[in-house]
Design a protein around this ligand. Sequence first.
Ligand SMILES: [Zn+2]
Length: 182
Amino acid sequence: MPVQAVVLLGVVVLSGIAIVRLASSWWKYRGRRVITCPENQRPAGVLVDSRHAAATALAGAPELRLSACSRWPERAGCGQQCLTQIAASPEDCLVRNILTKWYEGKVCASCSRPFGDIQWTGQKPALFLADKVSVDWGQVPADKLHEVLAASLPLCFACHMANTLVREHPELVVDRSASRPI
Ligand SMILES: [Zn+2]
């Protein structure tokens, strides 16, 4: 094999390895997370700077730093000691994974339909709060997630839509049960 071909092959292989490392680090550290703030021992919602983690992963272990925290700007100058929790178990504190485990094996509180595999990009399930209002879980701040989940029931997307329609546009809803002969 000519030398140029060997060099080209080497460049292609190394570039491929670099792209895989970059993409896997970015994927691993993206998304909202819930950690226990070492300062007050309370939950806080954080975002890891996944682009920085990916860029530094090319040189070795990814360097972690926060890009957002629910306790900022008041605690913006903190030492970010919570990063050790994320480094130790990046998947367990990811909001999406916490929710996936919470819905696992449950049925909709309204129609009793089992949730099965959650579709995170489309018709996402919702939460039925104690005050009978349903919300998309995206509306729940990460630092309140555990608290809200403990006081909520799981609701499927269809029932969430119906609940929202009844609440926001009661004039469009016909209550057939009221017109039935007694
Ligand atoms: Zn339902």
